[in-house]
Design a protein around this ligand. Structure first.
Ligand code: MGP
Length: 164
């Protein structure tokens, strides 16, 4: 199937209570089959590069190693979702469109999707907040990729526009 056909809308929620009702009802990311994703986006934004709100944007990417599925994946994904629904990025929250978790055998990935790749100061502030909220060690670098670079990448990784 085409990638887009495999994206299924599950639910729209407006309250924290409804978020927890959903969260308590669905599988943890770590229990999904390899190849599956969860996406959580603001209402009206499709979790794809082509969406008008994503087209000029990019993502902060967190690459996990295989061992971290058991130790970090579910906690990190919950914290990423709580950052989104709690609008934890202050004035920069308007830049944030959503987040994705990719469950992959070669290493799971989490990403926070932004509607713009500029201004640098705001994008970097979001990256730093994300890193701090997840308790990621300073020595571990997170990269921000423009979707255009991800779309056109030739190898397994796209170049990073910023790192924190
Ligand atoms: P992926 O699922 O984001 O990552 O993209 P994965 O599986 O780790 O693969 P890798 O390429 O990052 O190593 C896998 C493939 O899904 C992409 O190469 C695209 O073919 C397709 N795809 C992913 N996304 C996020 C999109 C999207 O937004 N739009 C379209 N059209 N295809 C996408």
């Amino acid at each position: 199937k085409q990638w887009e056909e495999n994206q299924r809308e599950i639910i729209t929620f407006n309250t924290v209570e409804d978020f927890w009702a959903l969260y308590n009802h669905i599988e943890l990311a770590s229990r999904l089959a390899a190849g599956c994703d969860y996406s959580l986006f603001k209402e009206g934004v499709k979790p794809m590069w082509e969406d008008e709100k994503n087209r000029k944007g990019g993502r902060w990417l967190i690459n996990l190693d295989k061992k971290q599925r058991g130790s970090c994946l579910d906690n990190f994904w919950l914290e990423v979702m709580l950052c989104l629904i709690g609008e934890s990025f202050d004035a920069e929250s308007a830049l944030v469109n959503g987040a994705v978790v990719n469950v992959r055998n070669r290493g799971d990935k989490l990403s926070m999707w932004l509607c713009e790749t500029k201004p640098q100061e705001a994008v970097v502030k979001i990256g730093n907040t994300l890193k701090r909220r997840l308790g990621i060690d300073d020595k571990v670098l997170l990269g921000f990729e423009c979707h255009n670079d991800t779309i056109n990448k030739t190898g397994s990784t796209a170049k990073s526009k910023y790192t924190v």
